[in-house]
Design a protein around this ligand. Structure first.
Ligand code: SAH
Length: 251
């Protein structure tokens, strides 16, 4: 029987955003290593490196030593084609909510072609709207509705376990249907969209409000292919040119 490909696990980044307790970083590293994952990304950890993290990592100290410490979530997600936010149920975000096994299948399929990520939030406040706006979907662990908030490292363990079980069960995966755009290119498209909408006076550049967030979720629901991002940017450039020409003719 064909063995599952270890490259798939090494293409999955586990990103912890603004972690307050260093012990949770260590426990998360242990959770990853027991499931064969290795790519730990830390965005603005409150305390790191730290002896409590080392103690909780036990024999997973190597993952802490190799952890990628980043200033921003954009930096941690650079080069990825899929980022899923892990969050208890949020009614304010209109997007598909995946179960842990569904997210594992998505991540492993896409990991055949490049890096992908799961993003976990801060212990007290969870993921901010800005952090969620960089994700293309949400994963929720269906827990006790009366108390659904798991410890951060426990949530990491649940998702890592699902990834490993799905990885073990599938010696091969179908090729992803689209040549998905990288997050960096999608972010450049959103910046271009915002500038163009401001030039067209469709939005007030000083206060884009919820509109940009809504547009991000609209595009996140349909996975953008690289070619589609290029087409959309071409349309924006054409709109900008037309607007500038019209302004010149008026003057
Ligand atoms: N009070 C915070 C809880 C954060 S717990 C909140 O309401 O969001 C820290 C992190 O663990 C969360 O950001 C999330 O990534 C993960 N987590 C905890 N419970 C979860 C659940 N039931 N489903 C999905 N993720 C969960």
């Amino acid at each position: 029987m064909t063995q599952p490909d270890p490259k798939l696990l090494s293409n999955i980044r586990i990103v912890l955003a603004r972690t307050s307790h260093p012990g949770n970083i260590g426990a998360a590293a242990r959770a990853l290593k027991t499931m064969g994952l290795s790519q730990l990304y830390l965005v603005q950890p409150y305390l790191f490196p730290n002896s409590q993290a080392e103690a909780m990592a036990a024999s997973a100290g190597d993952l802490l030593a190799q952890a990628h410490v980043c200033n921003t979530l954009d930096e941690a997600l650079a080069g990825t084609t899929l980022a899923l936010g892990v969050s208890a149920r949020r009614r304010d975000i209109v997007t598909e909510v995946l179960t842990p096994p569904e997210s594992a299948v998505r991540l492993l399929t896409e990991a055949q072609v490049g890096p992908v990520a799961l993003v976990f939030g801060n212990e007290t406040s969870g993921l901010s709207n800005e952090e969620l706006s960089l994700c293309q979907g949400l994963v929720t662990i269906a827990a006790n509705p009366e108390y659904s908030s798991l410890n951060l490292a426990a949530a990491v363990q649940v998702l890592s376990y699902e990834i490993r079980q799905n990885w073990l069960q599938h010696p091969s995966w179908p090729t992803p249907e689209i040549d998905a755009a990288k997050l960096d290119d999608v972010e450049r498209f959103y910046a271009h969209l915002e500038t163009t909408l401001a030039e067209l006076e469709f939005l007030n550049q000083g206060s884009p409000g919820k509109l940009m967030l809504k547009l991000r979720w609209l595009f996140a629901r349909t996975r953008l292919a690289q070619e589609e991002v290029n087409i959309l940017r071409g349309i924006l450039t054409a709109a900008q040119t037309a607007k500038r020409l019209a302004a010149k003719t008026r003057n």
